[in-house]
Design a protein around this ligand. Structure first.
Ligand SMILES: [Zn+2]
Length: 116
């Protein structure tokens, strides 16, 4: 089976860069991170860290990772009303949306969050 390692759709709004990603594109058939190395791996790790931080409801939720782009600031991560995870870097203004994160290994919403 060929692993789809397609990168994010990148939208530029003036100086702002927005990363639109489908988390499943970064995972292999077992649900693990698919890219082994390089920038794709770095992005995949960032996305799963954001997903864990945003989806966890517990007091010991994992911290959101440093910004993928500037690497200097911790991003704000949350689940939007449409269930996409959104993240934003207050330093460089990079932002993104992550879809298809539900029921991955990094979905920490708890048993009620799993549908399959
Ligand atoms: Zn940044």
């Amino acid at each position: 089976m060929r692993i789809n390692t397609a990168g994010p759709a990148i939208i530029r709004k003036g100086l702002i860069t927005m990363y639109i990603t489908d988390l499943k594109h970064f995972l292999d058939a077992n649900g693990a991170i698919a890219p082994i190395k390089g920038p794709a791996r770095e992005m995949a790790q960032f996305l799963v860290d954001v997903t864990g931080a945003a989806s966890s409801q517990s007091a010991d939720a994992p911290l959101a990772p440093s910004c993928f782009k500037c690497k200097k600031e911790t991003v704000d991560a949350s689940v939007a009303a449409d269930a996409a995870i959104i993240w934003f870097c207050p330093r460089c203004q990079a932002e993104g949306r992550i879809s298809n994160w539900q029921a991955t290994l990094w979905d920490l919403t708890g048993p009620q969050g799993f549908t399959g």
